[in-house]
Design a protein around this ligand. Sequence first.
Ligand code: F6R
Length: 614
Amino acid sequence: MCGIVGYIGNKEAYPILIKGLQRMEYRGYDSAGVALLQSKEIKVFKCSGKVADLEAHCQGKDISGKSGIAHTRWATHGEPTDVNAHPHFSSDRKIALIHNGIIENHIALRQALIKEGYMFESETDTEVLIHLIEDIHKKENIDLVESVRLALTQVVGTYGIIVLSVDDPNTLIVARKGSPVIIGFGKDEYYVASDASALVEYTKKVVYLNDEEIAVLSKGNDLVVKNIHNETVPHSIQKLQMTLSQIEKGGYEHFMLKEIYEQPTSIAESMRGRLNLKKEIVALGGITEYEDKLLSARRFIIVACGTSYHAGLVAEHLFEDLVRIPVEVEYASEFRYRNPIIYEDDVVIAISQSGETADTLAAVELAKKKGALVLGICNVVGSSIARATHAGSYTHAGFEIGVASTKAFTSQVTVLTLMALSLAMRKEKIQRKQYTQMIAALEDLPNKVKYVLDSVNATVQEVAIYMKDFSNVLYLGRNYNYPVALEGALKLKEISYIHAEGYPAAEMKHGPIALIDENMPVVVIATKKGTYKKIVSNIEEVKARKGKIISIVTEGDVDVKNLSDFVIEIPETEEMLVPIIASIPLQLLAYYVAVMCGKNVDKPRNLAKSVTVE
Ligand code: F6R
């Protein structure tokens, strides 16, 4: 959620901070602010709206300063107003703070501080934290770093914070629990942000702060990292695996479109070094060490949220079909509060693009506590979930900036397919012939995806023109294509704000069929193989009630085509790989509908890319 960025060094801080906010704006974009240290005071500029609004707000003002902090917000406590925007100040305006996360005990702390005479300007939980730090600093007469540490011992919740103080102009204080913080090293300077994208332009040398660690960034001095118990802890400098071109639009109008079109490459990257057609080998280095444990697992439990949950639903089919191990797929947010039964011989697989989703991270911690082996399928290298899990495989899809997940989904399914195949072979649950066919189909997958991208565009745009004026759309699929229906509906609703539901096609007659009339477009994923014949009957049922059918079919299809108002053809492939290919036109459809409706596709309202609050 919120993006935080800080700089201390010899350069002008403002351009670095604003660029950092622009790069992280996908984390939250309802208000933004910046604090700059200028001789004996901290200047704060903040306003509701996007980073561009903040820039306009700063126009013509004195924005000098060699150190500063900045924030782009996704509101949790208090509306997205100017006052609620970060940074927040101490009462004497000598200390400023930005925060990503949630202080859960903010009400109790606020009441105690009000009794002490503190006045609150905003409704945020963050302002409680700055006054708490201030209170300890004044009363205990101790230095600011120690005041921050003591304040954090009283806090229940999550935080990634940066503190700037007039009295110690050469220092930034940084801390994290549950919200990511990355520190970048320059020459006599430090950069800090919640996201590597804000740093990559300036440095590749970084330290990932761990939970309950506090770092002191002093200009010209070595980094000092302590834990919440005031013990100095070692830190290791790592090389950032990211390039600038990965986080720029590269000529596309939107990041989402760029990321959709990157899929032939991102899928190939997910398979690189893991698939060898000649040697007929599938191997995922990250989990080899644990393969025996995986093979003897009683059960796989997949935990994830949103689109990653849909990838998990596809994996349920893959693992059960290929490996014959029972699978449960759970919303991480439900799992973590359900006191679930987890056996020590269960394997829990957490799927997350960002690797920062708070609920998924909590589910990982819970599963670890209960003794299960926990694997991560993450995209962001070095992310919290990647580091919290025992082992795992990165998806290597490249940086995903559009809030609506596209290439991350297809890469997740690709990696999960590789995992299922490799385990199936080791467990001798798959015939050599099927194994070889699957490897060949996977090898050809990037080409097929490219072919779809090249061939469906015009038809998809025609469908979008038709669909954009409706208020509701149903998406239907069965078997492997049921998660595709859920994912197609999620894509449409999150970026176009048109209400859309994904449903297992045969469930229609148990309720939703009541909704069908000539004003209800129904997108049906009806590819050949599997339950094709069954879904043809389901389409007939919709048609009989005047529903409009938009179908995704296998090239050469006749039966579904005859029943459809619009047809989008995709090439034939192994049934297990259809979710990857079939999701591409649905991503494009959501994209074009949203663009035609004039919506901000990369930054849809109320959403943020990385959901670090529960
Ligand atoms: C939808 C979308 C979200 C994410 C969800 C989980 O397009 O992007 O539903 O899939 O917030 O995020 P990660 O995968 O980062 O854990």
